[in-house]
Write a protein of this length. Sequence first.
Length: 376
Amino acid sequence: MAGPAELSARLVERLAEAGDIGPGWREPFDTVLRHRFIPDTVWVPEQDRLVPVRRGDDEDAWLELCYADDYVITQVDDGALSGHEVTSSASRPDVVAQMLTALQAEPGMSVLEIGTGTGWNAALLAERLGSGRVVSVEVDPALAGRARRVLREAGHRVTVVTGDGALGHRPAAPFDRVIATAAVKRVPPAWAAQTRPGGRVLVPWATDFHNGALVSFLVSGDGTMRGRIVGNVAFMLVREQRGKRVLLARDVRHEAQARESSTCLHPYDVLGEYDVSLAIGLKVPRCKPIVEHHGPGAYTLWLVDPWSGSWARLDHEPGAERFPVRQYGERDLWQEVADAHRWWDALGRPAAGRWGLTVTPDDQYVWLDAEEQRIG
């Protein structure tokens, strides 16, 4: 198997050929080798659990994961190692490259990074912007400590702060740029307050229904930031905004009391396309979708509100034109989703790039095309 340098060169060449690496970023990607920041134990999904892959057991398999154009699971269960839930990962290299390009950061600028993780993203920033220009905040003490050590050993002068990223890092403010590597539902106003007027804040933004919107904000002098969706990226939520995890065995109850109906609206039409699932997430709060596969073309779409105990299920069979729906609880979740789909359709099926988000020190709201067209 090829060594790390060759594997890295191949990965960077793939990113460059795909157009993911923006002007000025090729040299940092050539210089900062990803495997130096990946822990010696990572995790891979296997059926319904997460299985460790240890560098000491199979270095070739570990290196292959480090240099695949995919995310690498670096922590489970906040470090408890029980293998149930992913709680930290090294982002896909193409997503890292696209976000760094979208940040529009130039040498000499100061950057606040929210979510240090492995430290690879911070190292890329430091390589391009210069020594001492990057502050990175990580809520997990173990992750912060490891990243601090690895960055120092690799020769990158980055200030790694252990703390709540939602608060930013006021002692080093103001920053020219802020970049978050964890998703939020509510964008912390502290990020705008700690950014110079005219600066940029880049944030993965999520709803309960949809995780995948990258918003680029410009900050004004009054601490307001206004932005549009500029990309499709999915990140884990910051810890304080995770909300409730859905477990079907726990949250789907009283099936015998469910209300029965049917629909001709295909489940793919509400979940399968980025633009529509994004729009539905704007209108239907506290609704988490889960797809449960049963065989070739057969699956169940679950919609679950773990806060109220409401749920809905739609069963799909290949070739069917109508689909049975069962719902339980104080909410008719499938009806809410279907209504949101009709709302999106009536708007002319707007694509993601037409949505905008404004964050003030006291409020956050979504708009379509122009800030005056606020979505309630």
